[in-house]
Design a protein around this ligand. Sequence first.
Ligand SMILES: Nc1nc2c(ncn2[C@@H]2O[C@H](COP(=O)(O)OP(=O)(O)OP(=O)(O)O)[C@@H](O)[C@H]2O)c(=O)[nH]1
Ligand SMILES: [Mg+2]
Length: 352
Amino acid sequence: MKFVDEAIIRVIARDGGDGALSFRREKFIPRGGPDGGDGGHGGSVYLVTNSGLNTLADFRYTKEFRAPHGENGRGRNCSGSAGEDLMIPVPLGTLIHDAETGEQIGDLTRHGQTLLVAKGGHRGLGNTHFKSSTNRAPRHTVPGTPGERREIKLELQLLADVGLLGLPNAGKSTFLRAVSEARPKVADYPFTTLHPHLGVVMLEQHRSFVIADVPGLIEGAHAGAGLGIRFLKHLARTRILLHLVDVAPFGQDADPARDAKSIAAELEKFSPELAARERWLVLNKIDLIPIQQRETHCRRLVQQIAWTGPVFEISAISGQACRELTGRLMDRLQELTQQQAEPAMEKSQEDE
Ligand SMILES: Nc1nc2c(ncn2[C@@H]2O[C@H](COP(=O)(O)OP(=O)(O)OP(=O)(O)O)[C@@H](O)[C@H]2O)c(=O)[nH]1
Ligand SMILES: [Mg+2]
């Protein structure tokens, strides 16, 4: 299925039904009282998350969603039935903005979460409601109110703990295959991966995390080169970025240090916040460097980049050192979760 991560749709909640104006007309009861029933509520429109969906592709063709009207009330105190609410399924990680004002309406990150996006109109009241000792034949009714309608922008930002960053051919998809059940395509040409893939890394029971493999970046991506930087937004919610570097790129003028720097520069141009996120350098394809030269080769590369953060040397294709890396990632993610929880706990203690 085509990967779609943005859509603008129109959601139309419907009007409440009008209240009825009616009087009892029965044999032998010459002047029956009012019996106009109420209208039904208009149907509202909700979004509901469904973890089985991975893209917003369903919204490519259907752009308008209407809930049903509330029915008008009728005589004999019959109420109109309410318009049923319309539930629109969306993938986890969908951000919702009002398309006109740009205001954020919601962010759906849990399975089964719902969000009201257009409220149905209130039901009208029939004339029965206005009967009183002084007015036994009220002609007053209340009409239903109109339902809301608006245009909303849906934007998918995948939910992943770890994001893979790197040039095309760095081995990102090979790494994802090595550590998860995900099966993104791998090939020796650039831009094999055309849209993000998620993979779940299972270490042992209750210890797992999600990795996002996004299409490779190249220098000038911020200006649209290659596939551009539009997929980087899928890394926005990750907590750790892995920057994969091919230590033995093919070609005479290949320069892994320059490549690595250009990725960091593209990241900075896309989002200084993402550039400041915790990032680990992963030197991949070390199987291509003879064992005796590996240490010096890798050390020199790290120096050329002037990198001071964590460094890992792996071979994604053989799986070498991949388990150590995922183990370290898991530990660090748990540490980050604890750190996040602690300030919140301190705060709630202060509040007490
Ligand atoms: N020798 C060796 N080759 C590798 C290793 N990892 C990946 N490769 C090869 O490098 C090529 C590119 O790998 P991919 O995993 O498709 O690279 P990618 O980073 O996902 O590339 P894009 O999807 O184009 O951005 C493939 O031919 C892989 O077989 C490795 O550790 N050692
Ligand atoms: Mg790939």
